[in-house]
Design a protein around this ligand. Structure first.
Ligand SMILES: [Zn+2]
Length: 116
């Protein structure tokens, strides 16, 4: 996963092309707009999702394919943005049955549970 940071002093908008980002990430972020007028009757156009990076702001995490989007690649090449690899938060370990802490620390045998 990738986080993007705006290095300029102006907001930046970056489009995530459907054929690049949505296809590779397997999740479509595009919005759909109906075309106006009779010519576009019933037709819907896909509008690519845009990242709006305010000044000094980090956005993300995005799928790795974000780096292949033309807008993002161009902004990176010009030094307008910085890409950081985002480390996903560690998954919570399943809760394991444990002996009481006092028993662990003091090596006191835990009391046996009353049998029914
Ligand atoms: Zn899409």
């Amino acid at each position: 996963m990738i986080r993007l940071e705006n290095l300029t002093r102006a907001p930046i908008s970056l489009h995530l092309e459907h054929d690049v980002y949505c296809v590779q990430s397997g999740k479509c972020l595009c919005t759909r707009q109906k075309l106006p007028g009779d010519a576009g009757k019933g037709k819907v156009r896909r509008v690519p999702f845009a990242i709006h990076l305010m000044v000094g702001v980090k956005a993300g995490p995005f799928h790795d394919s974000v780096l292949e989007c033309p807008d993002v690649a161009a902004a990176l090449a010009r030094g307008r943005i910085k890409a950081n690899v985002a480390i996903p938060p560690a998954k919570k370990k399943p809760v394991q049955a444990q002996a009481p802490k006092a028993a662990q620390a003091g090596r006191v045998a835990p009391k046996p549970e009353p049998k029914k």
